[in-house]
Ligand binder design. Structure first.
Ligand code: PLP
Length: 399
């Protein structure tokens, strides 16, 4: 039995089977490339689910991990003592990337945890219960975040969920207006729905939503877990909009499990000692890595790279759609968060398999949406290399 067979067998037998797995066992990565146990190379256009924002095995991450782990990984009494690694990250975020009104930051270990905290604290800060979210949204897999997720497939099996969650269609301001009563604590929304199929709202949707929330004394929580950290070409997709709580994860630490939320002073004024915390929240190791990743993004103008390459990719894909309009239904997204909606689920699955055979790893969501979300420091040549595999696989499929 070779090593790979062993890996498959052990995971298939003793690891909880929550995922439909691809038969590939990844041993290492370098930039956009990953290598299986036999040394076979693949291009990773999933960036580990939108996470390896500055590429696999980026030396700045290794350096931060090594240097910080030689100093300290976990503080005595965790968040009840101060940490220079933490304060350095807070200053960088405050000075360089966060909107000016979001003056209070806290850290978490995953996106769901950041959203969970945002919902919990919004209720505490406002003294109100109802949370509005959107249909087809995805906010995580904890019991509170599935309660806020607008897709039955993630919710139905886990009843009873947390009550007081209301759902409205995405990109529909009038629908929010109908339910935004005095009992509403917050609206939670993704600027572009990710797992729900990369659904892009009208340009002024978030701004109108912000206005409506503030007119009604309701907090606006923007979930930038998938869209943040240059993914759509700006540091945050909601950059221009006044929001009250911003949740962040995925790209923030390039693959190290880390997350954050930032809130306004007004929200924070209504919270107190003991309202939130967690053993690993703001641990120095995660903070050092997030600092290194964000600094790399700023120093290397990663948002500009995404903006430029995004335009290039969308132009290429739209040409492809013209030629293969019987197979491709829609191309949408922003920056390097790209959806290729296929005609049906069978075509999607066949194309995904062909791409895999040809060395390109993609993600499928909602059955017929191919999600391409590569590392954000990818070069044009690397992007072309991946796109060529995609095109050739499509040609093979249509033959
Ligand atoms: N919110 C959004 C928009 C996401 O895309 C995700 C994950 O895909 C989450 C929340 C949950 O994040 P995590 O998987 O880190 O808990």
């Amino acid at each position: 039995m070779d090593q790979t067979t062993d890996t498959f067998q052990i995971e298939d037998t003793n690891y909880a089977s929550f995922a439909n797995k691809t038969k590939i066992s990844i041993e290492k990565g370098q930039g956009i490339y990953v290598y299986d146990e036999k040394g076979q190379r693949y291009i990773d256009f999933t960036s580990g689910w939108g996470v390896t924002s500055i590429g696999h095995a980026n030396p700045v991450i290794t350096q931060a991990l090594v240097e910080q782990s030689r100093k300290i990984i976990q503080n005595p009494n965790s968040g009840a003592t101060y940490s220079p690694a933490r304060s350095k990250l807070i200053s960088l975020m405050q000075e360089k990337i966060l909107p000016g009104n979001l003056t209070r930051i806290f850290f978490a270990n995953s996106g769901a945890e950041a959203n969970d905290a945002a919902i919990k604290l919004a209720r505490k800060a406002t003294g109100k219960l109802n949370i509005i979210s959107t249909e087809k949204s995805f906010h995580g897999r904890t019991i509170s975040t599935v309660s806020a997720t607008g897709q039955n497939k993630h919710r139905d099996k886990f009843n009873p969920l947390i009550p007081h969650h209301l759902f409205v269609p995405f990109n529909d301001i009038e629908a929010v207006r109908q339910v935004i009563t005095q009992d509403v604590a917050a609206v939670i929304v993704e600027p572009i729905q990710g797992e729900g199929g990369i659904n892009v709202p009208d340009d002024d949707y978030l701004e109108k939503l912000s206005y409506l929330c503030h007119e009604n004394d309701v907090l606006l929580i923007v979930d930038e877990i998938q869209t943040g950290f240059c993914r759509t070409g700006s540091m945050f997709a909601s950059d221009e909009v006044k929001i009250d709580i911003l949740t962040m994860a995925k790209g923030i630490a390039g693959g190290f499990p880390f997350a954050a939320f930032a809130m306004s002073e007004d929200v924070h004024d209504n919270l107190e000692v003991g309202d939130h915390g967690g053993t690993y929240c703001g641990n120095p190791l995660g903070c050092a890595v997030a600092y290194a990743v964000i600094k790399y993004m700023l120093d290397n103008k990663i948002c500009e790279n995404v903006e430029n390459l995004g335009q290039f990719v969308f132009a290429e894909l739209k040409e492809l759609k013209k030629e293969y309009h019987n197979l491709i239904k829609d191309i949408r997204g922003k920056g390097l968060l790209i959806a290729i909606e296929m005609a049906d689920e069978d075509i999607t699955s066949s194309l995904n398999s062909k791409c895999f055979d040809n060395g390109l790893l993609l993600n499928v969501t909602q059955g017929n949406v191919i999600r391409m979300f590569p590392d954000l420091n990818i070069s044009k040549e690397e992007m072309e290399e991946g796109l060529d595999i995609f095109k050739n696989s499509l040609i093979e499929l249509s033959e």
